[in-house]
Design a protein around this ligand. Sequence first.
Ligand code: NAP
Length: 512
Amino acid sequence: MRVRDRVRDGGVRNAAPVDTAIVIVGAGFSGVGMAIRLRQAGIDDFVVLEKASAAGGTWRDNRYPGCACDVQSFMYSFSFEQNPDWNRMFATGPEIWAYLERCIDKYGVRPHLRHDSPVVGAEFDDETETWRVLVDGDRTVTCRAVVFATGPLHLPAYPDLPGLETFAGTTFHSSTWDHDYDLAGRRVAVIGTGASAVQFVPQVAPQVAHLDLYQRTPPWVMPKPDRAIGERERALYRRVPALQRLHRYAIYWLLESRLPGFTTRQGIMRLGQGVAKRNIRRAIADPALRRRVTPSYTMGCKRVLMSGDYYPALARANVDVVTDGIAEVRPDGILTADGRFRPADAIIFGTGFHVTDALDDFHLVGRNGLKLADAWADGMQAYLGVAVAGFPNVFLLLGPNSGLGHNSVVFMAESQVNYVLQALRLLGRRRAGTVEVRPDVQRRYNDDLQRRLAGTVWNTGGCTSWYLDRNGVNRALWPTFTWRYWLRTRRLDSADFEILTGAAPRVAAGRS
Ligand code: NAP
């Protein structure tokens, strides 16, 4: 029986009809994870609205050369779908994308996907206690609950450079790579030295005539302990899945053990900095270049990167690391603050994404006309990164302060999916119209969160990063061990929520 029918059979009068019980926005890792768990719970009345013509989220978008994950594949995968066939310890982007596609088919998510459906807003109807999800301006989907699985890193950020509009050559962002543009023999300017640039610069450098890498702040780059996983090892994991699980646990605890360096024992970071400096010395002979690429802030303040081929690429004769600020872009190149002009045929932006301001312009209107932009006027915040006071039956995946600097976000997303499922079941069991986090619970939680973040390297390490919002408040990261997050989200405490039995009946009870 479809949930919608169950909802109607619920016997509650005045239930407004809806197109579907639940809308999931986004078919990336977390959206697919949510969809799988709904199906496993016997809940089928949902759709996944996906802006693009294919699923895969960040792994569909980011197809730049060298794109890979810097978290070990055994941890960067669903706990319930361990893949014995990973080819490398750190999977490449295409391999992860293929894994997600396999999950979509294996768990029957495909029929729920609605492609080319960019969600531009959602409005709560106080009367009927339903949500109207606005798709691409002119379509709407009504539902009882909305799960936003839009990912924290999907809106490309472009630098505001004087004269950029006059540039006559080709420009593209790392997440919208122009694969039709032949880089061979060109003069290429790359702006940004973050996680993406560190991966694509070594791939691009050997192809081009010249590469100018415009660096504002150098990243800390550790060696990447990557290796191929041979057929014999893969066969072993296929035969003895417990072995792979053991390997996953080992990686989990290894990554968890890094946390104190970011939080209470930042002295540990000096050891890491020593390793990263050796990484520089091994690849770069020129003392001036060594100095230019050595960060002056504490490791961990920005995301710690890993690469074995980044520094060797910077040492190439056809690569220059430019540290003078960009003064102006001209039709045929870039002028820096020191008055030097460097010609360029193409500019590649490795300038990252809108994170803490990603939802600033998103049209989300909750109870009593409350706009998300107003609720978040002082910065984005949620309860456990999932629920926002004033927005009944809305759930965020990988929302505020549920990102990580030290472990796999897939682990966080899975914990959240489990939590959201309980909230949805609560609606079913109590025949509630809405569940909504209590404002005081959200406030206390965020006060505590910010207290915990106050002394961490992310806040005090002496750098700026996308973890911090425009007021310098960390809105991105979970401040402690991930198992603590798992513990907090394992059992939803109904006392944290206002549960109203209004006009609308239950959303979904599913199988317990
Ligand atoms: P990013 O880490 O935010 O790096 C952006 C880079 O662009 C920084 O070097 C930044 O300099 C520079 N930049 C930004 N605006 C600039 C301007 N106006 N002028 C000059 N330089 C400018 O972005 P990203 O490399 O795309 O990575 C974003 C996130 O995606 C990562 O932190 C990570 O979480 C994720 N990611 C993960 C993987 C993975 O393997 N798991 C791979 C790629 C990306 P400043 O440092 O001075 O701001």
